[in-house]
Design a protein around this ligand. Structure first.
Ligand code: AMP
Length: 249
């Protein structure tokens, strides 16, 4: 079985985000970029399935600027076999990403696509679900455990009330939650080897997908800073402040 894993290049989760002076977007120049953390978890899960003999090949794909090649090289250094870069400088919304991934899935015919549950930059949480719908495949979202046998994936899902286990027929789309696994680090020798692994480049138009935006960003603002807290001397004082100052009682 082949596993397809989309990996998005996003602002590193440790970076303090700054909004551009004109409020049009967040500042991306001179900012450290990394693989979306949920996609690292997807790559790790795909590699574990390969190591356990369930899968034979792990193909990673990124849609983004030329620099997304670095993100793909990181996935190759972790152990993926081959990479596809769908190069575009446009901001690609989840529906267009899902259409591109569908076009790639039509050619590659994977048995499983492991998608991050959400990209930490746009926080959409849409791509995996849209992709499953476009392909007409089953989906197991927010997975904290995945087991594959006899053409079926048993997916434990993190839902509000606890854990739900579903059984879905392959081919399917699974989206990864934080507790699924702890991704490995790429070792230096593997980083060197990854430079020679195959990386194919294409473009959204070559796959018949338009990336024209459907959303218009009206403005981007930094969240208002938190006010400093105060210490009260008694419960009576707390109740009084909740009533007279916060107006919540
Ligand atoms: P989203 O629906 O935008 O929150 O993204 C969910 C997941 O879709 C991500 O974790 C990735 O696995 C995948 N994805 C979204 N955008 C891209 C992209 N530009 N390139 C590759 N994968 C992507």
């Amino acid at each position: 079985m082949k596993i397809l894993v989309p990996v998005k290049r996003v602002i590193d989760y440790n970076v303090k985000i700054r909004v551009k002076a004109d409020g049009s977007d967040v500042e991306l120049s001179n900012v450290k970029m990394s693989m979306n953390p949920f996609d690292e978890i997807s790559v790790e899960e795909a590699l574990r399935l390969k190591e356990s003999g369930v899968a034979q090949e792990v193909v990673v794909v990124s849609i983004g600027p030329g620099k997304a090649e670095e993100t793909l090289r990181t996935a190759l250094a972790m152990g993926a076999d081959r990479a596809i870069l769908v190069e575009t400088d446009d901001t690609v919304e989840p529906l267009a990403v899902a259409k591109i991934l569908k076009a790639i899935a039509d050619t590659e015919q994977p048995g499983l696509i492991i998608v991050g549950k959400q990209a930490i930059d746009d926080d959409s949480n849409q791509t995996g679900q849209m992709l499953a719908a476009l392909l007409g495949w089953a989906q197991g979202t927010f997975a904290s455990k995945v087991e594959i046998s006899d053409g079926t994936a048993t997916v434990t899902r993190e839902v509000d009330g606890g854990l739900q286990t579903v059984s879905i027929k392959l081919p399917a789309v699974v989206t990864t939650d934080l507790r699924l696994n702890e991704p490995r680090y790429a070792s230096l020798p593997n980083i060197m080897k990854a430079k020679k692994k195959p990386l194919e480049k294409t473009a959204p138009s070559a796959l018949g997908v338009s990336t024209s935006p459907r959303l218009k960003v009206l403005k981007t603002e930094e969240p208002t800073g938190r006010k400093a807290g105060i210490r009260v001397k008694s419960v009576a004082e707390l109740v009084e402040k909740l009533r007279s100052e916060a107006g919540v009682l």
